[in-house]
Design a binder for this molecule. Structure first.
Ligand code: NAD
Length: 498
């Protein structure tokens, strides 16, 4: 059986710890590999390798660093089929979604190719008599990223692309559930010309995370995962003097007004609720139907779409979605469906008994639909992170806005309408970080920034875009005055013994 270690100083290493975890193929339920869980000693080794490489990397001119990003992008593209297969095998998402995972990550790498432009400082001539002021952006040094299981290619690239292009060395602690692709990405980064030690992958669990949060040489930590862990990482990292951005969980609402294009909205909503088995932080698990008859119209169109969803193994090209990531996560989703029933929501489509013939041990959950969900229900307040859609009803748009606005999470939200005024007002008023107008999954493009509000993000710097560059650099401001007259006469000329 394959054993994943770490990637430190340009090579795969087994690591010093004797702790390991199973990596599953969720489609079959079988253990496909084991992954080492790092000790502090492993982390120290990775940080030492990163620190040794970073000082020189910071002096490589920005254009040359960008060339490494160009080359990395073309290497990932050339290997995309293998990477997508590996990703699907460990995560369970279908191959098309794995290609999407890689593609959205590569868009941030493309953005990183243009970072030299964003590293330029500012200049004020004549800020005082003979005085000029200028600023420069310098890398932080060694920085780290801790990533979730659900986008094992895209989210690491969100972080290490900008960080490395800015002149930092990077330690990636990916999810222990699907470590295969992150390890391959680090190998490809070396092949692209990054010096050894500039991108290291240390696999592990809480022990590795704590080693990052407490390591004195790690200057900044970027985290994406669930909210309780995000809050812990933010609190601990900042208490230790680090810059921290920590993205958390989500519960995104789709608001449907009576004038929406129902056919389009239903297709969008079904794709966004059930795609990737609902395991996306920008999934759309809640639909709020506004006005009389909207819920009925939606249900009439939703039911055939949901019944047509095909659940299959991750390599089934006809499947709309595959298994969820682990048996434990499957059980957690089933428990939430049980809870929804006991809380009094109306279970319209029940995915609990779903089983895939020939793959009975895989971690599958059938599409599930609840109607008449209300704001007091725990199944509404919590993130379920599975193929479970919840319909709510609202009398007015004003009332509908209060649902996402007062929810503990504020990652994404979407409105479906033909009314420009209503959409504009909604976008201005809603208390959520990313808004879609007739766009179900409003993940901003790479040169904008990604980040939610409330318990969906701790810290105030978003991922990628200009905020990513700011996060991974520090600004230095120089105020200068040059002496006037003959330089040879000046007192700062180096004194000699004569
Ligand atoms: P998770 O919080 O379980 O794990 C995230 C990372 O934290 C992993 O690397 C994991 O090893 C580590 N970790 C787990 N338990 C820890 C602990 N007790 N102490 C320290 N570190 C720990 O999240 P997940 O299940 O891998 O991913 C799904 C979650 O991520 C969902 O909540 C989803 O909404 C969220 N997510 C958010 C975004 C976003 O940008 N807001 C994007 C993707 C996923």
């Amino acid at each position: 059986m394959e054993k994943y270690g770490h990637f430190i100083a340009g090579a795969r290493v087994a690591g010093a710890s004797n702790r390991a975890a199973d990596v599953f193929n969720p489609s079959t339920g079988e253990v496909k590999a084991q992954v080492a869980l790092a000790s502090r000693e492993d982390m120290d080794q990775a940080v030492a390798a990163a620190a040794a490489a970073q000082a020189e990397w910071a002096t490589v001119n920005p254009q040359r660093r960008a060339r490494v990003m160009f080359k990395f992008k073309s290497l990932v593209e050339a290997d995309a089929d293998n990477l997508a297969r590996l990703l699907s095998e460990e995560h369970g998402k279908v191959i098309a979604d794995s290609h999407g995972d890689l593609q959205r990550g590569l868009e941030v790498i493309e953005f990183a190719c243009g970072i030299p432009h964003l590293l330029k400082g500012e200049y004020t001539e004549g800020a005082g008599p003979g005085i000029d002021v200028y600023s420069m952006r310098q890398p932080l040094g060694v920085v780290a990223g801790i990533t979730p299981f659900n986008f094992p290619a895209m989210i690491p690239m969100w972080m290490f692309g900008p960080a490395i292009a800015c002149g930092n060395a990077f330690i990636l602690k990916p999810s222990e559930k699907d470590p295969g692709v992150p390890l391959r990405l680090a190998e490809l980064m070396m092949e692209a010309g990054a010096p050894e030690g500039i991108l290291n992958v240390v696999n592990g669990d809480k022990e590795a995370v704590d080693a990052i949060l407490e390591h004195p040489l790690i200057r900044a930590v970027s985290f994406v995962g669930s909210s309780d862990i995000a809050q812990y990482v933010y609190a601990t990292g900042t208490a230790n003097g680090k810059r921290v951005q920590a993205m958390g969980g989500a519960k995104n609402h789709g608001i449907v007004l009576p004038d929406a294009d129902f056919d389009q909205a239903v297709k969008d909503i079904v794709g966004a609720a059930f795609g990737s088995a609902g395991e996306r932080c920008m999934a759309l698990p809640v639909t709020v139907a506004v006005g009389d008859g909207t819920a009925e119209q939606l249900l009439e169109r939703l039911l055939p779409e949901i019944e047509n969803l095909r659940v299959g193994i991750s390599t089934d090209e006809q499947a709309h979605y595959g298994p969820v990531v682990t048996a434990a996560h499957r059980q957690r989703i089933l428990d939430y469906i049980d809870l929804g029933v006991s809380e009094g929501a109306e279970l319209v489509v029940d995915g609990r008994e779903f089983s895939l013939q020939g793959y009975e041990n895989g971690f599958y959950v059938g599409p599930t639909l609840f109607d008449r969900v209300t704001a007091d229900m725990k199944t509404y307040q919590d993130e379920i992170f599975g193929p479970v859609m919840q319909i709510m009803r609202s009398d007015s748009m004003e009332e509908a806005i209060t649902l996402p606005s007062s929810h503990q999470y504020g990652n994404g939200v979407a409105i479906f309408t033909r009314n420009g005024k209503a959409a504009r007002e909604f976008a201005q008023k809603v208390n959520v970080g990313m808004v879609g107008i007739n766009v179900p999954i409003p993940v901003p493009v790479a040169y904008h920034t990604f980040g939610g509000w409330k318990r969906s993000a701790f810290g105030d710097a978003n991922q990628h875009g200009t905020e990513g560059v700011r996060f991974f650099t520090k600004i230095k401001t120089i105020t200068q005055r040059w002496p006037e007259g003959d330089v040879a006469d000046q007192s700062f000329v180096i004194p000699t013994m004569q």
